[in-house]
Design a binder for this molecule. Sequence first.
Ligand code: COA
Length: 212
Amino acid sequence: MKEIEDDILPKRRSHLMGPAAQARALAEATAQLAARRQRDALPHRIETPRLVLRAPIRGDVPALVKLADNLKIYEVLARLPHPYTRADGIAFVELIAQRPDERPYAITLDEQFIGVVGFHFHEGQPPELGYWLGEPYWGKGIMSEAVKGLLEAAFATRLFPRIKARALVTNLGSLNVLGKAGFQRLGEGPDPVGQNAGKLVAFLELEQPKWT
Ligand SMILES: CC(C)(COP(=O)(O)OP(=O)(O)OC[C@H]1O[C@@H](n2cnc3c(N)ncnc32)[C@H](O)[C@@H]1OP(=O)(O)O)[C@@H](O)C(=O)NCCC(=O)NCCS
């Protein structure tokens, strides 16, 4: 707690706040710190039978742009620019991937970038799993393998009691990937945020399996 007060609260001018506002700021700072710990505890590199998951790098940009510039991928993701330009690719590698509330991994096959899998951290909520794979690689069990590798690494840290996900109810491929990974469907409703806001999505959650 001392660490939080020293590190974060002064920036919020805690001396100018009333007790209720201070308590709220402290709770918010605690949640932020917990998310940062989860992010930083994840390994830099994850190996699966066929794949290596690692931080996105500048050298990924040409393949990233080629594969991400695809309407079929754009239409089912909450956050992806379209058309997807070189500037978007550079911004993803240099800015988005560096944010404290993001931990995306480049999915690589034979050292080639083929997609992205990772977590988005929300204050006070379980991290949210997200992913996309370049269309030439669909239907080969690749995302199931990448998701399994990432979930095992996350659960090994013991900092992820629950992980959440959401997918358009029409996105059977993604719902199958999540079902195979053990996610339980909690319900359905309009997507609260992102470019698909208002469209019907399924909300899912996975608890840390007892045997891990
Ligand atoms: C969804 C996506 C990640 C699936 O990746 P993938 O590597 O092709 O998936 P897998 O091969 O691991 O398939 C997992 C299961 O889903 C099934 N599946 C895959 N695509 C499917 C589709 N379009 N419709 C129905 N089932 C599908 C597979 O048959 C497999 O089931 P099985 O093991 O019983 O055969 C990929 O199609 C993609 O990137 N789509 C666009 C982006 C996206 O949807 N992101 C998620 C947003 S929530």
